[in-house]
Write a new protein. Structure first.
Length: 273
């Protein structure tokens, strides 16, 4: 299979490149976006568009190789999205249910200032200037999720790290690295919490971990699974066999919890009765 990019593009790469690609009788559009990032990433959108996100100075040949190695996965992802139902957009009206830590909470909307969200007894009390405006209610909730996520995810990270370091397979890796490099461990850097549209978490080579604020709506076991996933990247940066072996050692049966992340975090009133 030839390179998808011409030599002239390698000599003077544009910040955005677009072309059509064919594989296994599946035609799809590929957009390459360069930005100030450190790693290559691939995202398949529900529209069938494939986005390759690359560092500014990443070689075109490296991008080609990255894409070519994932063509089968891309086709499978496109077909899976095409055959799956389109998720219904969340509703932000009185009486609807939105999850907090995996449990449904009924929205109670009241008029008032300043804007505030209070959680308790299976309810989310949202106070804002225009409770009849779904967009304003949504903004209040998004702010609340991020504020609460900063507390919850930091606590979960501390607890997961304590349990993670006690796993025999992890302790053995730390000892092996110490013998080779003199480093006692792969230290966790700073934690960042923000809204993300395409992933639940990420980890840099420097040990910094970024988690999706929307995780605070998921069950604790699903949150821990994402965190353990990122902690494993401290020792195996790619998704290699060694990475998944460590993942299984650190959290046996983790695949049983993976589907929890794909469950909707809201439901209509009739669905919760």
């Amino acid at each position: 299979m030839g390179s998808m990019l011409g030599a002239k593009h390698r000599m003077n790469p544009p910040p955005l490149y677009h072309r059509q690609y064919d594989h296994q009788q599946q035609t799809f559009d590929v957009v390459i976006k360069r930005s100030r990032r450190k790693t290559l990433a691939i995202h398949v959108l529900r529209t069938g568009l494939v986005e390759i996100r690359a560092p500014l100075h990443c070689a075109w040949q490296q991008i080609d190789d990255f894409l070519d190695a994932r063509l089968d996965w891309i086709v499978a992802a496109i077909q899976q999205l095409a055959n799956s139902p389109v998720p219904e957009a969340p509703a932000y009206c009185d009486g609807e249910y939105h999850d907090y830590l995996g449990e449904p909470h009924e929205l109670l909307l009241v008029r008032g200032k300043p804007s505030q969200v209070v959680v308790g007894a299976g309810q989310l009390l949202v106070r804002c200037a225009a409770p009849g405006d779904p967009l304003q209610v949504q903004q209040c909730l998004l702010k609340f999720w991020r504020q609460r996520a900063l507390l919850v995810l930091d606590e979960r990270l501390r607890d997961c790290r304590r349990r993670f370091d006690q796993v025999p397979a992890v302790a053995a890796l730390i000892q092996r690295k110490a013998a080779l490099s003199g480093e006692s461990e792969n230290a966790v850097g700073k934690l960042t919490v923000r809204r993300m549209t395409a992933r639940w978490g990420s980890c840099s080579r420097g040990g910094d971990i970024c988690l999706n604020a929307a995780l605070v709506q998921k069950p604790p076991v699903a949150i821990d699974m994402v965190i353990i996933h990122e902690l494993c990247h401290l020792h195996h940066f790619s998704h290699s066999k060694a990475f998944y072996a460590l993942m299984e050692a650190a959290m046996p049966g983790w695949r049983d919890h993976e589907s929890l992340l794909n469950q909707p975090s809201w439901r209509r009133q009739a669905d919760s009765l």
